[in-house]
Write a protein that binds this ligand. Structure first.
Ligand SMILES: [Zn+2]
Ligand SMILES: [Zn+2]
Length: 389
């Protein structure tokens, strides 16, 4: 309970940090005020933080004794939406809000940084902090990996946390395996030849071709995907045409592919492209398949989860729960879990019984701030468990 007690002693500071971040949300890859705040706090603690070329902040604790390097990550970005929490420290910016709890993540990781800095002489190895922009846009983790966050020193294990509203305050849920699906949002453009609705033989009808593409894509799930490896393919928009008697020149569909297995994803994406291009061709149209952004499945490695989980059980007692449920929607930290054995844990942010009733991305979502010290403690406990030789 030692680390939890130390974290709880920081509760007032954690809350103040969180409220500042909550009040000043920023979206995407450029987070000037958030970054300035994090850099300032880290410098106050005695760190020499560095900004990565395309966004994000890193800092190191320990390294005075030889050992492994463990990465702890918090995402810092907010969402382009209106906040309706009614909190006194609600967003001061119209149309931007911290409704995914990334303000909680950032404050908790700052708390962990402070605790680990205090005992860095005793750490058997190095803790690397990753304060990430652009999670919601699925760009941040990829960009920080490309900018070298996993090297110098080389990262041996990585840890991420996400708030889980509607679960009891301070509960830590962790598990092994694929904990969140991959996500590949895509756009399909079918180009034909517009003309008069009464003379289709003089046109190439993109709606007809797109309808066949729409149907044939589902056959990839029902006929070509192993039923034991779930995959979901949804077309969420289908737009074409302006008048009942005009054949348009273009039809556009957008959708998303979700899988729990990289092999399934690697099989389906090229097959989807083929299906689009060849089906369009069969109807004399031209089909284009574009994946607009993507995330791999989020993987938690038992080699990392087991020692960290045992430490959670020991240090947090009944607050630590091993779970086999998928964790959440997609999460861009998958860029890290694809390369480094990782732990992904959820932190309870307040249950219905405690008076909390909205999930993440809801304009009215609120979090019980006492969970911040549990989050900070869990980061510290995981880091020390994974460093211990
Ligand atoms: Zn989110
Ligand atoms: Zn999130």
């Amino acid at each position: 309970m030692e680390d939890l007690k130390r974290a709880q002693a920081l509760q007032a500071e954690l809350t103040a940090w969180r409220r500042y971040l909550h009040r000043h949300p920023e979206t995407g890859m450029a987070l000037p005020e958030t970054s300035a705040f994090v850099l300032e706090r880290l410098r106050e603690m005695g760190f020499e933080p560095a900004e990565l070329p395309h966004g994000g902040i890193t800092a190191l604790a320990g390294g005075k004794r030889p050992g492994k390097t463990v990465l702890l990550r918090a995402d810092m970005d907010a969402l382009p939406m209106k906040e309706e929490s009614g909190l006194p420290f609600a967003s001061c910016r119209e149309g931007i809000a911290h409704t995914c709890g990334h303000d909680m993540h950032t404050a908790a990781l700052l708390g962990a940084a402070k605790l680990l800095k205090e005992e860095e002489d005793a750490l058997p190895g190095t803790v690397k902090f990753m304060f990430q922009p652009g999670e919601e846009t699925l760009q941040g983790a990829k960009s920080m990996v490309a900018d070298g966050i996993l090297e110098q020193p080389h990262v041996d294990a990585a840890v991420m946390m996400h708030m889980a509203p509607l679960l009891p305050t301070g509960m830590v849920f962790y598990g092994s395996g694929t904990v969140a699906a991959s996500s590949d949002p895509f756009r399909i453009t079918v180009r034909g030849k517009g003309g008069h609705g009464a003379r289709p033989h003089l046109s190439v009808d993109p709606i007809n071709a797109a309808a066949h593409i729409h149907l044939s894509l589902q056959e990839l799930i029902s006929r070509e995907t192993d039923a034991a490896d779930p995959a979901v393919l949804t077309i969420g928009t289908f737009h074409a045409g302006t008048a009942d008697n005009v054949i348009p020149s273009e039809a556009v569909m957008t959708g998303t592919l979700r899988t729990y297995n990289k092999k399934v994803r690697d099989f389906l994406l090229p097959r989807m492209r083929e299906m689009v291009e060849l089906t369009a061709k069969a109807f004399r149209a031209e089909g284009e398949f574009l994946v607009t952004s993507s995330v791999l499945p989020l993987k938690a490695d038992p080699a990392v989860v087991n020692p960290a989980g045992a430490a959670f059980q020991r240090e947090l007692g009944g607050k630590a729960v091993e779970s086999h449920e998928p964790m959440c929607g997609s999460e861009d930290f998958a860029e890290v879990t694809d390369r480094v054995p990782s732990l992904c844990f959820l932190l309870g942010g307040g249950s219905r019984e405690e008076g909390f009733s909205h999930g993440i991305h809801h304009p009215k979502v609120r979090f019980q701030e006492d969970s911040l010290s549990y989050g900070a403690a869990a980061y510290v406990i995981a880091a020390k468990a994974l460093l211990s030789p």
